[in-house]
Write a protein of this length. Structure first.
Ligand code: FAD
Length: 491
């Protein structure tokens, strides 16, 4: 008999719960182990997957095949258009290869859950077991609850409750052991990539994001040894490279959340909170990831383009395509915002402080529907992740669980003064401003900026702020619309 591991967003051999379980069975002599990955380009497109993320998955799979081969686990890569096509294909594949069980690590968004339910039925009809494991988070979604047994809607008490549960513990790791030979990994057809991602290329240089577990571990080690200590002081300055840049690896499961927490706990003498400031702060950030996955699992409306706070659907969002386009292209006339948007499009990643600045700029100062911004981010981020991206956008738009109060706006000028004082990050991303004095970056519309070919400001900040505050104040008076906004809402 053989056991099949179905890889999804857990593209690693290290600390992979489904894989370890199958390998244990193999060691008891119960089975051989194989692995499978499904590319679903049509579905990925519908989910707004960024080309840079698809490319990263492809490169990661090449590394994963090599690592799995060392464990004598062959990996097949199959392409079907959509999730709905997987159940039949997988059931046939598993039957043809005499599989008695398919193992996978759970994914929590709505469409992934529906896909797995269909797979469960299709495999069940052929007498094949489908077994799923919690792996993506430290604690399973649904297991961290308020005293009333409800899911948390606010981060700080969630974090407190989670830490109470795990205090004194550190993650434990098991080395994966070879499965024993079943068959060689089948060669990948030369033209596979053409159907794997038949859409446009990202243009992002591959060397910015080296693929595979080794690269992820090296990145974690470098961060833990050289940057974690100063994380709290340096993490808000986009020029400084003070954050881990592990998000693409975490989003695809190339490194496990437990490995990251373990590295922070090692620096923190095993403490989850109340230790070293850098490690404490980083643990908190990792737990924001955990929080948003728990939120998504408890409140599936966030997967359906709905706000967490339904009353905010009554905000009179603007749908101005020209203003939106200027934001997308980094031509708002606000240098820090434009530098950030160029960073996103050119590198597939944006610094966290700038994600907050650009998101608030769009949905507050321009009052454009946050869902347009959420979609644009998803279409360009290498770390695009529904839970974190939606959580971040709803936080910025004040429509979410633990959102910024609607009257607290991050001014792009004040943020530039605080976090890019000398304008070096801005100049790096906007070479057309290389010879303009940095002090002018907080004076949008200044003649020297315009003389450099830089655009007029897209909005008067004072007017934009008042418009946003008034839209939120008026929202209370408007009945909540019942319509469902489609995922294709963007222009
Ligand atoms: P570090 O500062 O080193 O943090 C370590 C890890 O913790 C990150 O890799 C990430 O997995 C997690 N993390 C940190 N901050 C957050 C947060 N606020 N929410 C959830 N997880 C967090 N993160 C994504 O992974 N994917 C997204 O699609 C995404 N979209 C976002 C959209 C908006 C509008 C905002 C405000 C934030 C978004 N984030 C997203 C969160 C955060 O900006 C990134 O995780 C972070 O910038 C990644 O850089 P890093 O790996 O160097 O982070």
């Amino acid at each position: 008999m053989t056991r099949l591991i179905w890889f999804r967003s857990d593209l690693r051999v290290d600390d992979n719960t489904a894989l370890l379980n199958a390998l244990r069975d193999a060691h008891r002599g119960e089975c051989k182990v194989g692995a499978i990955f499904y590319a679903t380009p049509g579905q990925w497109r519908e989910h707004d997957m960024a080309p840079v993320k698809a490319e990263f998955i492809w490169r990661t799979l090449a590394q994963l095949r090599t690592s799995l081969a060392k464990l004598q686990v062959p990996l097949w890569v199959r392409v079907v258009p959509r999730y709905a096509d997987i159940a039949r294909d997988l059931a046939q594949f598993a039957t043809d290869n005499h599989c008695d069980a398919v193992f996978a690590n759970r994914e929590y968004p709505v469409n992934e859950t529906a896909r797995d339910a269909a797979v469960d039925v299709a495999l069940g009809e052929r007498g094949i077991l489908f077994k799923t494991f919690h792996d993506a988070t430290l604690l399973p979604p649904g297991s961290v609850l308020t005293q009333m047994g409800q899911p948390f809607k606010v981060f700080t008490p969630f974090k407190r409750a989670l830490i109470q549960r795990v205090a004194g513990e550190t993650p434990q790791f098991e080395q994966p052991k070879s499965a024993g030979f079943w068959c060689d990994a089948p060669p990948l057809p030369d033209d596979l990539y053409e159907s794997f991602w038949p859409y446009e290329k990202s243009g992002v240089p591959e060397k910015l994001w080296p693929a595979g577990e080794k690269a992820a571990f090296a990145q974690l080690q470098l961060f833990a040894n050289e940057k974690l200590h100063d994380y709290r002081e340096r993490r808000d300055f986009p020029l400084l490279d003070g954050t881990s840049r592990l998000s693409p690896y975490l989003a695809l499961g190339v490194i496990s959340i437990r490995r990251c927490l373990d590295a922070a706990l090692a620096l923190n003498g095993g403490q989850w909170a109340g230790g070293e400031q850098g490690a404490d702060t980083w643990i908190s950030e990792l737990l924001w990831r955990e929080f948003y996955i728990h939120v998504l699992s408890a409140f599936p409306q966030v997967c359906k383009y709905r706000p967490m706070r339904p009353e905010t659907d009554a905000v009179a969002w603007r749908y101005d395509k020209e203003d939106f386009q200027r934001w997308c292209e980094g031509r708002t006339g606000f240098p820090l915002v434009d530098a950030a948007m160029r960073q996103l499009v050119q590198t597939g990643w944006m610094h966290n402080r700038l994600r907050m600045v650009t998101a608030m700029f769009l949905c507050k100062y321009l009052l454009i529907d946050w869902r347009w911004g959420e979609q644009f981010f998803m279409r360009h981020l290498i770390d695009g992740d529904l839970a974190a991206n939606n959580g971040g956008w709803q936080w910025s738009a004040s429509t979410g669980t633990d959102a910024a109060p609607y009257f607290r706006l991050l001014s792009p000028l004040r943020q530039a003064e605080r976090f890019d004082d000398a304008g070096l990050f801005t100049k790096k991303m906007l070479p057309e401003l290389a010879n303009v004095e940095a002090g002018l970056f907080i004076k949008p519309g200044a003649p020297q900026l315009l003389a450099a070919g830089y655009p007029e400001p897209v909005v008067d900040l004072k007017m934009g702020r008042e418009r946003a505050l008034s839209a939120f104040t008026q929202m209370a008076a408007v009945p909540v619309p019942q319509k469902t906004v489609s995922r294709k809402a963007g222009p």
